[in-house]
Design a protein. Structure first.
Length: 329
């Protein structure tokens, strides 16, 4: 059995090769299914936004020996029967209760009800209010941050690689990552919070880094296209993806190990719910980013360039020379 180093060497030399470009139609179909499926998930299970986006009231009950979530739900509904309530355990001795926006009187009564239900002094119950205007500001700033990130990404890649087609392929890959990650959030019922948005921007940065590494190798390989290299443009792109495959896998594994530890050990096992949003977005997004670079962005760039007259002519000469060599043999 080949070692990992031998496997990587075979990929680099072309002895072993996976058809990332040659079977791009299959990868594009799979990508389209994932994107369309992720986009349709919110129609079946609406995306849950945190209180920072929607506005509302929040209560935190501390000093509990039994942080039972049902107790909090019953206490809130005893005051406001039709209130939408979300209860989260914070550590081992506190619960956080998020509700619809309440009046000052309702807030006071809910505070008293929570204190009585859990048997703690009212001083252990803190309340806060987030208005709809503040939530709208958070939403607007998040969208602006995403738009600015994508615009700068397009500009910087176009300047660095000296072709807008690489920028377009990279942006499509980033959007693919974003849609699928948000789809996973909606599918499993996780809410999108400011921490999750930070996680989204983080994984987009990671996806951009991975794409840049692969595209840089593609640029190096395709600069030798034609009769000299003996490869077509698509073959040069495919070779570059294979040459960087082991690096992409290693980088992805190294990235998901700490975030996976935070997610599964810290958030899900130890109950540190405040870490769930950002760790989940980074964990899922990192895996999707690695897939998107290899199966979407790189093959898409090859598709964009192959029909250019100069490249098409060189590919035809390369294939003709290859056929002639086989006939001669």
């Amino acid at each position: 059995m080949r070692s990992m180093s031998q496997f990587g060497n075979d990929l680099y030399t072309g002895k072993t090769s996976f058809p990332f470009v040659g079977r791009r139609r299959l990868w594009f179909i799979i990508a389209a299914i994932l994107v369309i499926g992720s986009a349709l998930v919110p129609l079946v299970r609406p995306i849950q936004f945190s209180i920072e986006f929607t506005g509302g009231s929040q209560f935190t009950v501390s000093g509990l020996s039994n942080p039972d979530q049902l107790i909090a739900t019953d206490a809130v509904q005893s005051v406001v029967p039709d209130a939408t309530t979300k209860v989260t355990t914070v550590g081992d001795s506190a619960v956080r209760v998020q509700t619809d926006q309440m009046t000052s009187e309702e807030t006071r009564e809910v505070t008293e009800a929570l204190a009585d239900a859990y048997g703690v002094p009212e001083s252990e119950v803190t309340s806060s209010f987030i208005g709809p205007t503040w939530g709208a500001d958070v939403t607007r700033q998040s969208m602006w941050g995403l738009a600015i990130f994508l615009a700068l990404t397009f500009l910087i890649l176009a300047l660095y690689f000296r072709t807008w087609k690489m920028s377009v392929a990279a942006i499509i890959g980033l959007v693919d990552v974003l849609i699928i990650t948000i789809g996973v959030y909606a599918l499993f019922g996780f809410e999108i919070s400011p921490a999750a948005v930070i996680g989204f921007l983080t994984i987009l940065s990671y996806a951009l880094y991975d794409t840049t590494v692969v595209f840089d190798k593609i640029r190096e390989n395709t600069s030798e296209d034609g009769e000299v290299s003996g490869r077509t443009f698509g073959e040069s792109v495919n070779l570059a993806v294979n040459q960087t495959l082991v690096r992409s896998i290693n980088t992805t594994v190294v990235a998901i190990l700490p975030t996976g530890a935070i997610l599964f050990i810290g958030a899900l096992w130890l109950g540190a719910q405040t870490l769930t949003d950002i760790s989940l977005s980074i964990f899922v997004g990192t895996i999707v980013a690695a897939y998107s670079t290899i199966f979407v962005a790189a093959p898409l760039y090859s598709l964009f360039r192959e029909n250019e007259p100069a490249i098409k002519a060189r590919d035809e000469r390369t294939l003709a020379a290859r056929s002639q060599a086989r006939v001669s043999v």
